[in-house]
Design a protein around this ligand. Structure first.
Ligand code: SAH
Length: 267
């Protein structure tokens, strides 16, 4: 790191343009789910850093001469570490001027946006943040309300996988409330998540699994806590995915249809 810092300051002569970073929320997938401010920023960029959560067609707003750098994971290929991304941001801002870091959803929702901002600022680079349409709002895209009057009083957004790899203890707290629980990075934790809800007797609570929400190949699967693990295992659900749990999810027409069928069978 020390060597890189020294090399950066000696190698990179200041550009005519003042170095700048804009962290831009690129929305959850559908390229129309971005703000006008995001589109204007992209069209002003000298360099754009993007990753797999960003729809490639957003790059069409860029100036033809803008440099585009892919910093995501691509089937089996090299995965850029956060430190490398931070360094690329600084080097490119010093060399070329205005760097846009496109980040899936909102840069400050489980996006390490704050780390990138602080790193760039430590080099005296000015940083702006353009909030984005976070994937937290995807349930609405599929007709699932996050809140429903008289049903739930809050919604919780939790990362199922913490930095230590364990299930977040917040899931246990949320399971005791009326909340709709939106879980990020939860596919590999389906069994543990179900166990937490079963522990408070919520075996029949409705669940939606939103896979690649709002992308062209996006899908939503439905389950209950009891069938969650089996659904995840049998459906080969593609990442990125959200697991959404709660009574409010049960107001989706899928569950009404299920209920109608059961009632018809009984009668
Ligand atoms: N900053 C992003 C989240 C980044 S963390 C945001 O605001 O949306 C990455 C996690 O977000 C994924 O593992 C997944 O749980 C969720 N996610 C992002 N895009 C998604 C999509 N299109 N469909 C479903 N889940 C998504």
């Amino acid at each position: 790191m020390r060597n890189w810092l020294l090399a950066t300051f000696t190698k990179h002569k200041p550009t005519r343009k003042s170095p700048r970073l804009t962290l831009v929320g690129a929305g959850p997938g559908d390229p129309e789910l971005v703000t006008l401010k995001a589109v204007k920023a992209i069209s002003n960029a000298d360099v754009i850093l993007h990753d797999a959560l960003v729809h490639p067609s957003l790059l069409e707003y860029a100036k033809p001469e803008a440099k585009k750098i892919f910093v995501g994971k691509r089937a089996g290929k090299h995965h850029h570490k956060q430190e490398e991304i931070n360094q690329l941001i600084v080097e490119n801002a010093l060399d070329h001027g205005h760097v846009i870091r496109l980040k899936g959803g909102d840069p400050f929702v489980f996006g390490r946006g704050k780390e990138e901002k602080e790193f760039a600022e430590s080099f005296g680079i000015e940083v702006d943040v353009i909030p984005g349409v976070t994937s937290v709002t995807l349930p609405g895209y599929y007709g699932i309300p996050l809140t429903k009057r008289g049903v739930n009083e809050s919604f919780w957004v939790i990362t199922a996988t913490t930095s230590s790899g364990k299930l977040s203890a917040d899931v246990t707290l949320a399971a005791q409330s009326t909340a709709t629980v939106v879980l990020f990075m939860g596919l590999k934790k389906a069994r543990e998540i179900a166990e937490v809800f079963e522990g408070v007797g919520k075996n029949h609570l409705p669940v939606a699994i939103i896979s690649r929400g709002s992308w062209e190949d996006g899908k939503v699967h439905f389950a209950t806590i009891d069938t969650l693990e089996e659904q995840v295992a049998s459906q080969k659900i593609a990442s990125p995915a959200l697991i959404v749990i709660g009574e409010a999810v049960g107001s989706h027409e899928y569950f009404y249809e299920q209920m109608k069928q059961v009632t018809a069978e009984i009668w």
